[in-house]
Design a protein. Structure first.
Length: 303
């Protein structure tokens, strides 16, 4: 069990988390992540001669980063914690309990940018064909996989869908993404057809007369969870003969990569994915380029 923080530090962290919710509408999961990172810093401070978050200065920020490195934290973990600290310190300056931001000019650890895992188009087809359509659960899983690949939704967005977010006549789905931002994403003919068939029968079979707001229910009458769907995706991947580890997010990567492979504009992909920053989407151009280089090497006479 973690040691309780000093009340002064706990109050400052809670006030910051409350401001995140009010100003940016962050999810409870994101707020807990910020709180955990800031509590880690506060516990480190409380072991030293200046134990309060109001004592933060550049030397202590650098000392904390050095401590993370000595304890074997990865550059990605250190960068995430520094990012949380930057936002916390800006909040402190605005609120007046910090005179100046001690994170200014503090460089984040350099990160290698890993390429997101994806699937070939052949692997996607095999995965989509894996669920057993003779059962309502299998039909539901097929529709969920089709929708993920057709729209590039985050799995949290997929399991939160309600029938009211669909417009099958117009062929679009209204997504409420990170920070409460809304976007409209085209469904495509294939996904729309599967959704119509699901709503016409298998969904009601799963519910057995019960009422559920979620578009994709389980036999128990509640909505599918992220964890349950992750398990089912892995099960279908094994049935499809896909050897490497995959997750629901893998289909989001495949959606973006295959769009770019087939000539889609990067900004269009950015809008469809719901990325606020184009640089987040640009990693997919590296995925597409790596794949094209591999194809060239394998099939071109001078490859």
């Amino acid at each position: 069990m973690s040691t309780p923080l000093r009340p002064e530090n706990q109050r400052l962290i809670e006030a910051f988390l409350e401001s995140l919710w009010l100003e940016r509408g962050l999810s409870e999961h994101s707020r807990r992540a910020y709180g955990s990172d800031l509590a880690h810093l506060a516990r480190w401070l409380e072991k030293g001669p200046a134990p309060l978050l109001t004592d933060l200065d550049r030397a202590r920020v650098l000392g904390y980063l050095a401590h993370l490195s000595e304890r074997g934290a990865s550059p990605r973990t250190a960068a995430r914690r520094l990012s949380a600290l930057r936002q916390f310190c800006r909040h402190g300056v605005r609120e007046g309990w910090l005179c100046q931001d001690p994170t200014v000019d503090v460089e984040a650890p350099r990160l290698g940018r890993p390429l997101p895992g994806s699937l070939t188009e052949h692997e996607v087809e095999a995965l989509l064909a894996a669920p057993d359509l003779a059962t309502p659960e299998g039909f539901r899983d097929r529709v969920m996989l089709e929708l993920l690949y057709a729209t590039g939704l985050r799995v949290s967005e997929l399991v939160a869908l309600t029938p009211g977010q669909l417009s099958l006549v117009q062929g679009v789905v209204r997504i409420i993404g990170k920070g409460g931002k809304e976007r409209l994403v085209p469904l495509g003919e294939e996904a729309r057809d599967w959704l119509e068939r699901f709503l016409a029968g298998p969904r009601a079979d799963l519910l057995g007369g019960r009422v559920c707001e979620a578009l994709f229910p389980t036999r128990r009458g509640g909505g599918m969870t992220r964890q349950a769907f992750w398990y089912r995706v892995k099960k279908h991947a094994r049935a499809a003969g896909i050897q490497r580890p995959i997750s629901p997010h893998t289909l989001r990567h495949a959606f973006a990569t295959h769009l770019l492979d087939h000539g889609a504009d990067l900004r269009v992909v950015q809008l469809l994915l719901g990325h606020s920053d184009l640089s987040t989407t640009q990693i997919y151009t590296h995925v597409a380029r790596v794949r094209l280089q591999a194809l060239h090497a394998a099939h071109h006479p001078r490859g």
